[in-house]
Design a binder for this molecule. Structure first.
Ligand code: AMP
Ligand code: ZN
Length: 480
């Protein structure tokens, strides 16, 4: 079956065909590493983690690069404002490199806890200064850049005449020109040929900390440059898939594309498929570090299990906005519990003689694949997983081999969505039947007034990851 992906370049769903048979090269724009990752950033990374896992599951050899931005991302989207890393370091009273070292470590811990597949390379901008300076030289030599007072700008209109700009997204150059004027500050207006021009290299103010010598000035690279340079370095001049959040549709990705073509003298598109993930919102507003309306992954993981968070991510489509709220997380938790319960019940069931599930495993896999082939429809895939696991749970009298095959398929496909589904790792090694028996025993102790022993039973269950709640004279239980 063929995978279809929505391509922002052509603005339609297209069948995925790699440049080289059996191989997929992916570049994902990564974290600007000055504060802890927020849950919205993680939603976007989870989408690319699933893309990677799904392509791998389909048999492709995937090479995935995600950069780490540690210089050049300014507080203002035009070429103004402070470097985000430098600003935060200054506020904390530490060196920018010290901040980056600490934040990178925290980022890896968070990514690991969220079971994000490791990328093959996480290149950092500061590690590619030589290549970036060379790229600016190439772009200039090829006629697409000019220097003003030690700052080098990309000549967007010249590029547009030759190759078309923006290329990615639905805007056209006239609309962009009309909208761009207001964003550019006066002093910049004087230097730039067009308000759409963007900086490749910026002449640093004297108080700027992170700066490097170059043929034009002691300065630092523009934010867009690093991605073009690092994607070309690790994936080649042309590669398969480029991903980012919808905030990258303009200007980051058109600028990346233009730089790639200008520096590599490319006539063909550098990237065949551009994928964009929609934002996570809080009460309808984009979650963002600059607005301050964000929850960090760390704070969420204090309250929710990482696997519940992954289930929450998979439960919405990557191209749909998703609001962050407790009900959505609780619903993800309940679905995850259903999967675990089935896995437990299969493990602890002796099975029977019936064979009702026999052909069902393949049918389930087919429906899952159909959902994922349709532009990674993970909510539908989750639905198939939950539906199938309920069916298995109702048919525990099937032959044990068939039950095991069904459970293994639930695990295999759940893992494509970034779930772990490891019974050993999860609390709750106690089978459902045993939990119910222990609850009955606890009830008996309570009826006899032996509260001490009743509490002992509760503690034993708790150690096994089972939480009891007494609700209106009835005891309900949950796996933690
Ligand atoms: P940044 O650190 O701001 O460069 O963002 C890192 C990644 O997270 C980028 O791919 C952004 O597009 C993405 N991103 C930022 N904010 C959100 C959000 N609220 N929801 C989803 N993705 C986001
Ligand atoms: Zn980028």
């Amino acid at each position: 079956m063929a995978l279809k992906l929505y391509n922002t370049l052509t603005r339609k769903k297209e069948e995925f065909e790699p440049l080289e048979e059996g191989k997929v090269n992916i570049y994902s724009c990564g974290q600007t590493i000055y504060l802890d990752m927020h849950i919205g950033n993680a939603k976007t990374y989870a989408a690319w983690d699933i893309l990677n896992r799904y392509l791998t599951w389909k048999g492709y050899d995937v090479f995935h690069v995600m950069n780490i931005t540690d210089v050049g991302h300014l507080t203002d989207d035009s070429d103004q404002g402070e470097d985000k890393v430098e600003k935060e370091a200054r506020e904390r009273g530490i060196e920018p490199r010290e901040l980056v070292t600490e934040q990178v470590q925290r980022w890896y811990e968070e990514m690991d806890r969220l079971n994000m597949k490791t990328h093959n390379v996480n290149p950092r901008a500061t590690g590619h200064m030589v290549e970036m300076i060379e790229a600016v030289k190439d772009i200039k030599e090829n006629g697409y850049a000019y220097e003003e007072n030690g700052t080098v700008y990309f000549d967007v209109m010249k590029f547009h005449e030759d190759h078309g700009y923006p290329g990615v997204g639905s805007m056209n150059i006239q609309e962009l020109q009309a909208g761009a004027g207001g964003r550019v500050k006066e002093e910049e207006q004087e230097e730039k040929k067009s308000p759409l021009d963007f900086a490749l290299w910026i002449n640093a103010d004297p108080e700027h900390i992170m700066k490097w010598p170059s043929p034009w000035s002691e300065g630092y690279p523009g934010w867009h440059l690093e991605c073009s340079v690092m994607s070309s370095k690790y994936l080649g001049k042309r590669f398969d898939i480029h991903t980012g959040g919808v905030d990258h549709i303009f200007p980051h990705h058109p600028n990346e594309r233009a730089q790639c073509m200008a520096m590599n003298n490319l006539v063909e598109e550098p990237v065949n498929y551009w994928l964009h993930s929609e934002h996570m919102t809080v009460e309808g507003e984009k979650m963002s570090k600059s607005k301050g309306n964000f929850y960090t992954v760390r704070e969420i993981l204090e309250k929710y299990d990482a696997e519940v968070v992954r289930m929450f991510f998979a439960s919405s489509h990557y191209r749909k906005q998703v609001d962050f709220n407790e009900e959505a997380l609780e619903s993800a938790e309940s679905n995850l519990e259903k999967l675990y319960n089935t896995l437990w019940n299969v493990e602890n069931s002796e099975g029977g003689e019936r064979e009702k599930l026999k052909g069902e495993v393949e049918k389930f896999e087919k429906r899952f694949e159909e959902a994922m082939d349709d532009d990674l429809d993970t909510p539908k895939a989750v639905n198939e997983l939950v539906k199938f696991s309920k069916k298995v749970n109702k048919n525990l009298d099937n032959r044990k081999e068939v039950l095991e095959e069904a459970a293994e398929k639930i695990q295999e496909l759940g893992r494509v969505l970034g779930l772990k589904l490891n019974l050993e790792e999860e609390g709750g090694k106690i089978p459902e039947k045993a939990v119910e028996l222990l609850i009955e025993i606890r009830e008996e102790f309570r009826e006899e007034g032996d509260y001490e022993r009743a509490d002992e039973v509760r503690d034993v269950l708790k150690e096994g990851g089972i939480v009891l709640e007494d609700e209106g004279g009835q005891t309900v239980w949950k796996r933690k």
